[in-house]
Write a protein that binds this ligand. Structure first.
Ligand SMILES: [Zn+2]
Ligand SMILES: [Zn+2]
Length: 501
């Protein structure tokens, strides 16, 4: 039987690698275990400090967040102090299937996270039917496909957001709906895949992502919120149930793929939600007030600007797009999905009312800020609260570098952080206010199986930005000036042919 696709990509959103390996080792994920044995594989490097929001756009496009510009569902609008909602439409680089389709190839895409509908797609795309993030409305291209899916498969069993189930403690229901969601997602994907004639077919399971956020304390006996009675009441680890369902779907996908080249992508992982993001805003304000107190004139000037802005909006009848950070400060917290704290410097020439000049003043301030942040101690453990602070300008380059935070705070995640202190700022306390007991970890995984691909670890550095050019390379297309490169262990083995631009 001819393969229904030349290349099949199966994504597992935030399916944790350590957990998967452990389960595979004890026979719980037989397909994953078999694939790991029989594929070329590599742990993938994900975008440092910005992994949570940017990993899927980087997988889909082949460029870093300093070029596609997306790292969080809330971002500072460059040139303003407004933090507004960002959507996949803000991703400033085309997904690989857009480029492939424009080159005349047929692509099928189901629930690739953070992916806007492609333009004039030669093929089909299902958008946010069962993703975790669901920033866009459920939709599909071409016209009519959404109705067809609705009629044949209905909606994804998770209604609204997965968080709604966790908030009311409905863990059993959440587990059952996620397992059913995996099964229904695969049935939907299979029905499209089996239409055949695909150059590329992509399907991504988002259920592993939801499970990691909400089941971490249920499964982890060391988590402060763990309750053995909840775990017993569920009859076992609900995360394992979801991972097993994905493993069963993967077995069916591999069977359906025939002799197609199959890439399995695990985007990033999970661990306990231990970080100090909820304290960072107060910490930064204390550092600034202790080091560089603001003059009353600067504070009043900022208030006046805000009043004027509000008045202007009222006159124009426009609403504020989100919320505003305090432009009277030299630096402030910006959103970054909690895993890494993010700090933006109020830079002259970049921000509307910059307070810090580029050059020596910026460098000295950043050095001092890094020292002050790494001085923080987790009062509950006596350990440093911050392991390191990354400077985006040293890690990233590209046309959207100025959109990114300046500093990324890597928390010491060995324990929950509810109180931090240092001689300079005293003590700042507060409990994490969210309901997600698991949060991400950076490591991802790529497995490639197909004719000519040798099993075993892929040597050298493998970055998530390599995935898109590798897929395109398998199909004989050059993605152009992306940051990643086609992996020779996968592309060279299969095609050996010249790339087409
Ligand atoms: Zn997440
Ligand atoms: Zn979810």
């Amino acid at each position: 039987m001819a393969a229904p696709a030349r290349v099949l990509v199966v994504g597992m959103d935030a399916l944790d690698l350590d957990v998967a390996r452990e389960l595979a080792g004890r026979g719980d994920l037989p397909t994953f275990a078999r694939l790991l044995e029989s594929s070329a594989w590599a742990e993938t490097a994900t975008p440092p400090g910005l992994v949570v929001g940017s990993v899927w756009p980087s997988i889909n496009t082949g460029v870093t967040p300093s070029r596609h510009g997306f790292y969080c569902f809330l971002q500072l609008q460059p040139g303003t102090y407004d933090v507004r909602r960002y959507t996949p439409h803000d991703i400033a680089w085309p997904a690989m299937w857009q480029v492939l389709s424009d080159a005349g190839l047929r692509c099928g895409v189901v629930d690739a996270p953070l992916s806007p509908p492609a333009r004039d797609l030669r093929g089909v795309q299902v958008v946010d039917w069962g993703t975790h993030d669901r920033i866009l409305d459920v939709g599909a291209v071409p016209d009519g496909l959404h109705d067809e899916i609705d009629a044949c498969f209905g909606r994804h069993p998770i209604e609204g957001r997965c968080d709604d189930y966790a908030v009311r403690g409905a863990y059993g229901e959440l587990r059952d709906r996620l397992v059913a969601g995996v099964e229904r997602k695969w049935e939907l994907s299979k029905s499209l895949l089996e239409r055949g004639g695909w150059d590329l077919f992509v399907t991504v399971f988002g259920e592993s992502h939801c499970a990691g956020h909400h089941f971490w304390h249920v499964r982890d006996p060391d988590h402060p919120d763990h309750d053995p009675a909840v775990l017993a009441g569920l009859g076992g680890d609900p995360l394992v149930d979801v991972y097993r369902a994905i493993d069963r779907a993967l077995a069916d996908a591999l069977a359906a793929a025939g002799d197609a080249t199959v890439l399995v992508v695990c985007s990033h992982g999970f661990g306990p939600h231990f970080d100090g993001d909820h304290l960072l805003g107060a910490v930064l304000a204390r550092i600034e007030d202790a080091t560089y107190p603001r003059s009353p004139m600067i504070v009043q000037r900022e208030r006046a600007y805000r009043l004027l802005q509000r008045w202007g909006r009222r006159v124009r009848g426009t609403a504020r797009p989100g919320y505003a950070v305090d432009g009277s400060r030299r630096f402030f917290k910006v959103p970054n999905n909690e895993l890494y704290g993010a700090v933006r410097v109020n830079l002259v020439g970049r921000e509307p009312r910059g307070r810090v000049h580029p050059g020596a003043e910026y460098d000295d301030l950043v050095d001092a800020l890094v020292a002050d942040l790494t001085d923080l101690v987790n009062d509950d453990t006596g350990e440093p609260a911050v392991t390191r602070v990354l400077r985006t300008a040293e890690i990233y380059q590209g046309e959207r570098l100025g959109d990114l935070p300046d500093l990324l705070v890597d928390w010491n995640r060995s324990a929950a952080i509810t109180s931090v202190s240092s001689p300079k700022i005293g003590c700042v306390q507060g409990h994490f206010p969210g309901n997600r007991t698991g949060d991400h970890r950076p490591a991802g995984l790529l497995m490639a199986r197909g004719p000519g691909i040798e099993a075993g670890p892929i040597a050298g550095h493998v970055d998530v930005t390599d995935i898109a050019p590798t897929v395109a390379g398998l199909l004989g297309v050059d993605l152009g000036p992306v940051d990643g490169r086609p992996l020779p262990a996968v592309v060279g083995a299969v095609t050996g042919s010249a790339l087409r631009t």
